[in-house]
Design a protein around this ligand. Structure first.
Ligand SMILES: *Cc1c(COP(=O)(O)O)cnc(C)c1O
Length: 488
């Protein structure tokens, strides 16, 4: 091909479509079309069912289509997205989502994503976007203050708690461990989220070297049992290097005795990581600070803003009491990267696993700048109060029923676990009864509750954490429980 022909191909061929750009006006039109759907979505959230599974498989299959050569009208694509694809599954944005660990997703954060996606600045290197990169440092400084960390602290945003815990364990391994990894051991409670074992697996530790320590009647790890296991392991030639404690377990919201864990970690020279993915932000409340005394002595802390800070999914973070430890574990540079900034500033990619990623801080910064932290705090206090109320009401209901309604875990944060116990039933029969009980509660679709196992038995959890869940939905949930308890 001559250079002339090449040019004509570049300039003139009308059959070649390169129209990826939107003018400012076209962008505004597209966003406004999206907005009309989102407006309806937001305004109808309270009426939307809490879940819908019927027909989900065929809708999911319909997505598996061939790569399209040509585009489709925005209105058609959006209608399909909002009307056909989105209504299935669990409605985790709605007020009836009392399953797993909710958060809701404050819409301001979605607006922040629109901004960061459009300006598409590079935050992995400070020079790429000093304002946005430093914003991440600033927001993590706020978080460090919330947990009581000193000026040496720092951290980074992750896509969630799982990757945060992974980086924490990699950092612990780097800072506290030498030798053959097959001998390394890590200590946590038998209530740990499975992401702890998964992180240890990613970090190269044999799965059986994660020691699951027993818990007390309130599901807090037995620190003495942990101490004994550590001594025994040392005698057997293992090399203990880290403890993972909990500021709110997923199962029951249990908060370990963090001060005693910090003492143990100090005595044994182990890294102490606190998994605060669910509960860490309760440090904003007085009750939370009372429960989590000692958290500031941990070497690192996982927080999940997409849970108790009500951010959209994809927002986790890791904090370290001494940021230089993160650098020690994560720093490695390519020759194509510009040299880092001077002493006052640094490249986020030097203290974290990722290079190119979105400006995650903006989605946290914007809502906090627009509201201040106060409404976040009062939402958390409201959820604590609502959970107390649920526990109280379940006890009242117990007195009115023929079956026993057992509150298996008293709320420490915002989880209550409960189960029906029918006289004369075996444990297995009671498990089946509770599975039916849960289905009967969820059947109205006003709420969605999920089960777990505590002391080996099937229990039903209520986790109140969405910023959209208030007293009216909690009353609705209790009504469904009353109704279902009499019906099963
Ligand atoms: C949710 C959760 C995790 C995992 O975090 P993801 O953000 O889901 O990856 C870890 N630990 C606890 C206690 C959690 O509640």
């Amino acid at each position: 091909m001559s250079s002339f022909e090449m040019e004509s191909k570049l300039d003139e061929d009308p059959s070649v479509d390169r129209s990826l750009e939107l003018s400012g006006e076209q962008l505004q039109q597209l966003v406004s079309l999206v907005m009309s759907h989102l407006r309806e979505f937001i305004d109808s959230l309270a009426e939307q069912p809490a879940w819908e599974f019927e027909g989900a498989a065929s809708i999911a299959r319909s997505v598996m289509e061939a790569l399209p050569d040509k585009g489709t009208e925005p209105a058609v694509v959006l209608r399909r997205l909002f009307n056909e694809l989105l209504p299935y599954g669990v409605n985790s944005a709605g007020p009836g989502y009392l399953a797993y660990v909710p958060g809701g997703g404050v819409p301001h954060a979605a607006v922040a994503d629109l901004i960061s996606g459009t300006v598409n600045r590079f935050v992995g290197l400070w020079n790429g976007a000093p304002g946005l990169a430093q914003m991440e440092v600033a927001v993590l400084r706020w978080f460090s203050d919330i947990v009581g960390y000193p000026a040496t602290a720092g951290g980074f945003f992750t896509s969630g708690g799982s990757l945060s815990i992974w980086s924490a364990i990699v950092t612990a391994r780097r800072c506290k461990f030498q030798g053959e990894l097959s001998r390394g051991t890590l200590y946590t409670s038998n209530q740990a989220h499975h992401s702890v074992s998964k992180a240890a697996m990613f970090a190269g530790l044999p799965p059986e070297n994660v020691r699951s320590i027993s818990v007390d009647s309130a599901f807090r790890v037995c620190v003495d049992a942990m101490r004994e296991y550590i001594s025994k392991d040392r005698r057997d030639g293992f090399v203990p290097f880290a403890i993972v404690g909990h500021a709110g377990t997923t199962n029951s919201g249990a908060v370990d005795d963090l001060a005693r864990l910090a003492d143990l970690a100090a005595e044994e020279h182990l890294w102490l990581h606190i998994d605060g993915a669910y509960g860490g932000f309760f440090m904003l409340t007085e009750r939370g600070r009372g429960l989590m005394r000692g958290i500031e002595r941990a070497d690192s802390i996982t927080l999940d803003p997409h849970k108790a800070l009500f951010m959209p999914y994809g927002t986790g973070c890791l904090l370290a009491r001494d940021q230089s430890h993160l650098r020690q574990a994560h720093q490695l540079r390519g020759e194509y990267l510009m040299p880092g900034p001077d002493e006052e500033f640094f490249d986020l990619s030097d203290i974290s696993p990722e290079l190119t990623r979105s400006a995650r801080a903006l989605r946290v910064w914007l809502p906090i700048m627009l509201h201040g932290i106060e409404p976040f705090r009062s939402n958390l206090n409201e959820k604590l109060d609502l959970t107390e109320l649920v526990a109280q009401r379940l006890r009242q209901l117990d007195a009115e029923l023929d079956d026993r309604l057992e509150v298996v875990s008293d709320p420490q944060l915002t989880v209550v676990a409960f189960r029906l116990v029918r006289e004369g039933f075996t444990d297995e029969q009671n498990d089946d009864l509770n599975a039916r009980f849960r289905n009967a509660i969820n059947a109205s679709r006003r709420v969605l509750l999920t089960p777990t196992r505590l002391h080996g038995r099937y229990v039903i959890r209520i986790c109140i954490l969405s910023f959209r869940t208030h007293i009216d939905r909690v009353e609705a949930c209790l009504e469904e429980i009353y109704r279902a308890a009499r019906a099963v």
